[in-house]
Design a protein around this ligand. Structure first.
Ligand code: ATP
Length: 503
């Protein structure tokens, strides 16, 4: 695995996985563009998730809801009121920081002093942050007394009181920019699922339990975007809302925890690198009955959230439904006089209308990509003493499945045959097959090791009957990325051979 974030960032840029957004104008913080190989890897991760969670189950439907949403949706979901992080400004540098990030970035002795100022145990970071958020006046005094430094200037800052900062992007809808014509870019894909609950039930005749899965962009105006694609302002999520009968929710929660861990394992992210955080009661989001955060051990960052699996009780459908009073809701919800739909489904035993409970596994595509890349990243010393970087990606995730390489680029006979082989392999539907006619076989191998191409197929003079060994006519060399073994395979057998290997 990778040992530092830098080596990943450097590989991603060098080989065309990930670029800084708007780079030629100086870049835009918190936005990244996925390059020629990045888009393939990303698509493969999303396809693997969809296959496992939609196609391989019998209790799931898919959805692709719109990104811009009615402001009532984000009001009744609770996001207008609570989707905020506390921030502080440094009056000296005019820099703004997310409070928890600022404190986390301080040296241990400074954190200890802040904790002392708040009367909290320094080892309990979540409790410290909760205390800072809850007592703004005491917090700014504690930051001052501890001599908290500005990570930008390195000097002791002059800190304002922490204030909540709502992270939703607002946008004007239609030609007139008045106070009423705005909507929000969704901060999570989940709300599109809740608002379509009735549509999906009515159009598919689903009964409990069942889920709705969605992959799509979400937008969060993070105060301090950082750590490459770990914390960005435009992100992509893979989310499931799994609807079940109240009382069966805890069992389903455990089911999804298990399912999701084994999915990560199948993507090359082993359980041993993921810590399960049973989020303490006082840190739970407003909608949550219980949440497991999967904390992957990122290079340089350490354990950070890659996926959250929340029991959202009946909070969401309960918040978006009309006639809340009649439904015996368990969650505490705000009154809703705007919704026109009753979001219930027949109870499987009594047939009476019930608002189901929801289990939500929510994973970030960008954070998945970082973890997958990090696990695949390998530095090896070869027998001849040379070092190589190789991405040992699972074949189903590899951006390029096979590179077909003519040994010499100026021999039309070799290039034409390589082109034919490429196009035959492409028809198998395995993913991207690349014709690699850069002319330098050594460089081509190095490049394909670094981008994780599982197999390189080389067309040489023997292939076309012009080498030393006539028995090799109509065969090609297949090189295995991981073992570096090369074997001669008949062109006629190549499709079956690779299909078997890449299954
Ligand atoms: P964090 O505590 O790191 O800010 P969160 O608890 O706000 O994350 P959730 O709201 O649970 O995150 O979102 C679900 C998933 O979406 C996360 O597990 C993560 O993979 C992804 N995600 C959330 N915010 C970002 C972001 N700014 N950049 C990239 N991925 C994100």
């Amino acid at each position: 695995p990778a040992t530092s974030m830098e080596e990943l960032v450097s590989l991603c840029k060098r080989r065309g996985f990930i670029f800084q957004g708007s780079e030629i104008y100086g870049g835009l913080q918190g936005f990244y563009d996925y390059g020629p190989l990045g888009v393939e890897l990303k698509n493969n991760i999303k396809a693997a998730w969809w296959r496992s969670n939609v196609y391989e189950r019998d209790d799931m439907e898919g959805l692709d809801a719109s990104i811009i949403m009615h402001r009532q949706v984000l009001r009744h979901s609770g996001h207008e009121a609570t989707f905020s992080d506390p921030m502080v400004d440094n009056k000296k540098t005019n820099k703004r920081y997310r409070l928890d990030h600022l404190v986390k970035d301080q040296k241990a002795d400074v954190v200890a002093k802040v904790a002392q100022g708040m009367g909290v145990d320094a080892d309990n970071f979540p409790a410290l942050i909760a205390a800072l958020n809850a007592n703004p006046v005491q917090a700014s005094e504690a930051l001052r007394a501890a001599g908290v430094r500005d990570p930008f200037s390195g000097e002791v800052g002059e800190w304002t009181e922490p204030k909540p900062f709502n992270m939703m992007f607002k946008t004007t809808i239609g030609p007139v920019a008045d106070d009423d014509s705005y909507g929000y870019l969704r901060p999570e894909t989940a709300q599109g699922i809740f608002t379509n609950f009735k549509n999906v039930v009515d159009s598919t005749s689903r009964r409990l339990p069942f889920g709705i899965a969605q992959i799509g962009k979400a937008f969060r105006n993070e105060i301090t975007p950082r750590n490459f694609i770990f914390r960005v302002r435009e992100l992509e999520q893979m989310e499931i809302e799994f609807f079940c009968t109240p009382g069966t929710d805890e069992e389903w929660h455990e089911h999804w925890l298990e399912k999701r861990l084994s999915w990560w394992e199948a993507q090359g992210v082993p359980r041993s690198k993921i810590e399960i955080l049973d989020v303490p009661k006082e840190d739970l989001a407003h909608y949550s009955k219980r949440t497991y955060d999967l904390m992957y051990d990122y290079p340089t960052l350490g354990h950070e959230e890659i996926e959250g699996i929340a029991n959202r009780s009946d909070y969401d459908l309960g918040s978006h439904t009309k006639a809340q009073g009649e439904l015996g809701l368990v969650a505490k919800v705000e009154e809703n006089l705007d919704s026109v739909a009753k979001l219930t489904i027949p109870h499987p035993e009594t047939n009476k209308p019930v608002v189901p409970f929801v289990i939500e596994p929510s994973a970030g595509v960008d954070r998945a990509m970082l973890a997958v890349l990090s696990e695949a990243f390998t530095k090896e010393t070869l027998e001849n003493g040379n070092e190589r970087i190789v991405l040992k990606l699972k074949p189903h995730l590899a951006p390029i499945k096979v590179a077909v390489i003519p040994l010499a680029r100026n021999k039309p006979e070799l290039v034409e045959l390589a082109r034919t082989i490429k196009s035959d392999l492409q028809r198998l539907g395995l993913g991207r097959i690349l014709l690699e006619d850069s002319g330098n076989i050594g460089k081509a191998y190095r490049r394909h090791d670094e981008v994780g191409t599982p197999y390189c197929v080389t067309v040489d003079f023997d292939t076309v009957g012009k080498g030393e060994d006539p028995s090799l006519t109509d065969t090609v060399t297949v090189r295995d990325r991981d073992t570096l073994q090369q074997e001669r395979v008949k062109i006629a057998d190549l499709s079956a051979f690779l299909q078997e290997k890449l299954r």
